[in-house]
Design a protein around this ligand. Structure first.
Ligand code: A3P
Length: 319
């Protein structure tokens, strides 16, 4: 941690220390807070956000269960919404990773820079991994728009397992794959349970389709052009026929593609955040659908599929 890093709010420390704890996803400590397992280091920011965040009616929120395509969706939303501000030759995404272009709201509260949020011009684009039920009322009732991306739970698990492995100090053994699998199936994983997370946003997207756009990572991979157009329409800045003819949609997709962002990340040598040190390149691994087949036995896959079916039963949502 940098010596001069702003301190997270301390008024919640007493409450946080009383919450149920899981320490197995080393180096992340999880606390069960309002029915979800939240990384302990994020909780002061989450609680401060719940108390203090003031949403605006034209805010756009990028929301997700982690490892579901957050980085990609942030890049796309940012590139689409700011496309008249920047040229492709001098685009902020060429210099900054998508999490710097679209900030996580709890991180802003936890690093003591919340005043940045008020200073941001509208429409703001902001992110969070919180489940819908944990969002502050100001966000849910603001009229702002929500972009949510979900992903096949087996692939999310594989992505998470590798990501955790990259965070681990060399001196510490990785969490055994089978143990991580059991915890994940039991809902004990960062921001989990994934099934409750996905179900809450799915149901909200059915209740308020004009405010919550529910996307699937696999469909984004299959239909990038359709996804970019859907996003632009939803946030109120559709591509004009001229832009489509000039190839603006394709340019944005190219800029935000796995190949482009992962290559750019290689040139960004700074760390991602001050609490858990990670290289920017750790955000990009394979960027494909179905990688679980290379890591999971049939039995494990069947077990996780059964959890998915049971948890999402009657929701109408399938993977
Ligand atoms: P894998 O680990 O399966 O490769 P998040 O951004 O929510 O943390 O999700 C990370 C996952 O999204 C990783 O999956 C990562 O490789 C993938 N990803 C990141 N950027 C992407 C992009 N531009 N296009 C497609 N996938 C991307």
């Amino acid at each position: 941690k940098r010596e001069d890093a702003p301190k997270p709010p301390q008024q919640f420390d007493g409450l946080i220390s009383t919450l149920p704890l899981n320490q197995e996803w080393i180096p992340i400590r999880l606390r069960k807070y309002q029915d979800f397992w939240i990384p302990e280091h994020s909780l002061p920011g989450v609680m401060a956000m719940q108390q203090n965040f003031e949403a605006r009616p034209d805010d756009v929120f990028v929301l997700s269960y982690p490892k579901s395509g957050t980085t990609w969706l942030k890049a796309l939303a940012f590139a689409i919404m700011t496309r008249t501000h920047y040229s492709m030759a001098d685009h902020p995404l060429l210099r900054s990773n998508p999490h710097e272009c679209v900030l996580f709201i709890p991180s802003v509260f936890s690093n003591g820079t919340a005043s940045k949020l008020e200073a941001m011009p509208s429409p703001r684009i902001l992110g969070s991994h919180l489940a819908y039920s944990l969002l502050p009322d100001s966000m849910k009732g603001s009229g702002g728009r929500f972009l949510y991306v979900c992903r096949e739970p087996k692939d999310v698990f594989i992505s998470r397992w590798h990501f955790n492995d990259k965070m681990r100090p060399d001196s510490v053994e990785p969490i055994p794959f089978e143990r991580a699998f059991d915890l994940y199936c039991d809902g004990i994983s960062p921001y989990g349970s994934i099934w409750e997370h996905v179900r809450e946003y799915w149901e909200e997207s059915l209740r308020r389709p004009e405010k919550v756009l529910f996307l699937k990572y696999e469909e984004m991979l299959e239909e990038p052009v359709g996804t970019a157009k859907k996003l632009a329409d939803f946030v109120g800045c559709p591509f004009s026929p001229e832009e489509e003819n000039e190839g603006v949609v394709e340019e944005i997709i190219r800029l935000c593609s796995f190949d482009s962002l992962s290559k750019l990340a290689g040139r960004m040598m700074h760390k991602l955040n001050t609490v858990i040190p990670l290289q920017t390149t750790s955000l990009y691994r394979k960027g494909v659908a179905g990688d679980w087949r290379n890591h999971m036995s049939e039995v494990m896959a069947g077990r996780m599929d059964a959890v998915t079916s049971q948890k999402l039963e009657r929701s109408g949502l399938t993977f």
